[in-house]
Design a protein around this ligand. Sequence first.
Ligand SMILES: Nc1ncnc2c1ncn2[C@@H]1O[C@H](COP(=O)(O)OP(=O)(O)O)[C@@H](O)[C@H]1O
Ligand SMILES: [Mg+2]
Length: 266
Amino acid sequence: MIECNDLSLVYPDGTQGLKNVNVQINKGEFVVIVGLSGAGKSTLIRSMNRLVQPTSGGLYIDGENALAHNASQLRKLRTKVGMIFQHHNLVKRHTVMKNVIAGRLGHTSTWKSVLNIYPNKDRALAYENLKRVSIEEKVHTRADQLSGGQQQRVSIARVLTQQPKVILADEPVASLDPPTSHQVMNYLKTINREDGITTIVNLHFIDMAMEYADRIIGMRAGEVVFDGPVAEVTERTFEDIYGRKIKDDDLRGGKTDYEPTEAITS
Ligand SMILES: Nc1ncnc2c1ncn2[C@@H]1O[C@H](COP(=O)(O)OP(=O)(O)O)[C@@H](O)[C@H]1O
Ligand SMILES: [Mg+2]
């Protein structure tokens, strides 16, 4: 689904964001990218929907050369590759429905979306996706009335409404407390398993990465220093990623036995 060949990115100020990254991500995988702040996690996933422009190497998404895209191809790419951010990026004064149906933007003509004209099937799809993250009762609530965890669930519903082939999540739980973080990670994992949407999540905390990932990509200073299944992670891997022995600060903790709600298991 995603192939990076010797992918490098040098920012205009000379900072090397990515250095010869070679990664191949298969359809349906749930991959967690871990690393310290500044390791290049955001730069890598932002490259994958071309929010930033790699400066050399190759990038293929769903078989297409993503570095050769023109504006209209980029729009299509961003419809196919949905993104979830740390600060959920909802329009605060809009209702939950209006935020979620915005996931249809890439599928809707501009004049219709400006006039807020969406087909009933799009509204039904948005509502179904709110149900999947158990937040349908907030459909008419303004986004700024929701807690951080609820807002993040709404942004998951929005990205699902986009019907993407890939979901990229850039530290989606960094500003949430541990139980809420586990809830959000469980929704992402359940959706990945049920829908087979290729999912790549950036996380700062290695224990959370180990709990949810099928495969871990460790980054340090713009380079991939580990790529393999969770079972192959060793103490040495931690040292390669963090440049030192693991300590408590590297752990998210607060592990819960959170059970997915009926809405997402049914
Ligand atoms: N727009 C930018 N201009 C210059 N340097 C940047 C920019 N964005 C990120 N960087 C630098 O690139 C490196 C990787 O950053 P980033 O991808 O944000 O890491 P992470 O997401 O792992 O914290 C860091 O050294 C960071 O300071
Ligand atoms: Mg980042």
